[in-house]
Design a protein around this ligand. Structure first.
Ligand code: SF4
Length: 210
């Protein structure tokens, strides 16, 4: 990996997607945490549809506890794994209310202790919510980073580790968003639009998609 290649990838992605931000809607960090937990195996659009109504009532952990697991399940039932998600969100709300004065912690290690919160979710909360350096790796970032030869790691954590070594910390979260956009719109899992890809010389799709 050369600095020139990393620079070209970052610069081209910025040209393609100048606005780098999450497509999930939220008004505070607790709502961001709820939205990210809901987004597992669901699209941002599906989540936004659900949270448009849910967030009228849910602004802090206490609101979720007042709502209760049954009503929460009912409100999010259009999403995959909704029973699991409702159970985890109620447990999260209980822990935040009891141990963190209703606030979402800003530390990766503390976030990982919450039920249903894995490394990707924790990195999103730290990076998007608290604006601290983090490089979350979802399915798009994982696929694209490997296709572009930025990492050969076989786990999201390994890819995140490699990307953090290549790019400067102040670019991580924007690059995360741009790699997602690139993966959703151009370097799609099935039938990528290679005819409009600015990186044909870097492509390692054949080796990385095995
Ligand atoms: S050439 Fe196609 S598969 Fe390769 S990185 Fe570009 S869009 Fe993805």
């Amino acid at each position: 990996m050369t600095g020139k290649k990393a620079h070209k990838i970052a610069a081209e992605l910025e040209k393609l997607f100048p606005v780098a931000k999450t497509e999930l809607n939220f008004q505070n960090i607790f709502q961001l945490l709820v939205a990210v937990v809901l987004s597992a195996q669901s699209t941002d659009r599906q989540v936004n549809k659900v949270t448009e109504k849910l967030f009228l009532f849910v602004k802090e952990p206490r609101d979720l506890l007042d709502m209760g697991e049954e009503e929460l399940s009912r409100q999010i039932r259009s999403l995959g794994l909704y029973r699991n998600k409702a159970r985890n969100l109620i447990k999260i709300a209980e822990i935040l209310d009891r141990e963190y004065h209703g606030q979402v912690p800003d530390s990766f290690a503390e976030l990982l202790k919450l039920p249903g919160v894995g490394p990707k979710t924790a990195e999103v909360i730290v990076g998007v919510g608290f604006n601290k350096p983090s490089f979350p790796v979802d399915t798009h970032v994982f696929r694209v980073a490997r296709r572009l030869g930025l990492s050969k790691a076989r786990t999201p954590e390994g890819v995140s580790f490699d990307l953090k070594k290549i790019f400067p910390p102040n670019s991580w979260i924007d690059l995360h968003h741009r790699l997602i956009f690139f993966g959703r719109r151009i370097c799609k899992a099935q039938k990528p639009s290679c005819n409009i890809c600015p990186f044909p010389e870097f492509c390692q799709k054949e080796e990385s998609d095995v």
